[in-house]
Design a protein around this ligand. Structure first.
Ligand code: HEC
Length: 98
């Protein structure tokens, strides 16, 4: 009986921790993708100064997401939703921190 409980606990922690490790990798990957896409496409009209100026107008994660879409559509770049999300994620992690 005791053995079974120990088995169960070790199995549970294995499942738990491997999925946590995967989640970590996903966010890292998203950050790297966002960083790369942003560097490639987003420095044409403004630098990152617009994200850190005192009177920046993006005040929420929703507004950030909308603004990224607006700027992306202006550029006419054919990003998938995942690409746009990665850039939003990157900007939020690095500058906005909502
Ligand atoms: C066609 C020119 C252009 C390009 C290219 C561009 N932007 Fe913008 N972006 C603007 C303008 C104009 C503003 C508004 C600046 C202002 O009001 O001073 C702005 C503002 C922003 C803001 C809001 C800043 C704030 O005040 O909080 C974000 C976020 C942003 N851009 C993201 C992006 C991203 C991501 C990309 C790459 C997809 C991008 N921009 C590419 C023109 C552009």
């Amino acid at each position: 009986m005791k053995k079974r409980i120990i088995q169960f606990i070790s199995l549970a922690s294995l499942v738990c921790c491997s999925s946590l490790a995967n989640a970590g990798k996903d966010t890292e990957k998203q950050l790297a993708t966002g960083n790369k896409l942003h560097t490639e496409h987003c420095y044409k009209c403004h630098t990152e100064a617009v994200y850190i100026r005192d009177d920046r107008f993006v005040k929420s994660i929703n507004a950030l997401s909308k603004q990224v879409v607006r700027c992306k559509d202006n550029l006419g770049i054919p990003w998938f939703d995942e690409d746009t999300d990665a850039v939003v994620y990157f900007l939020n992690e690095k500058y906005y921190k909502f």
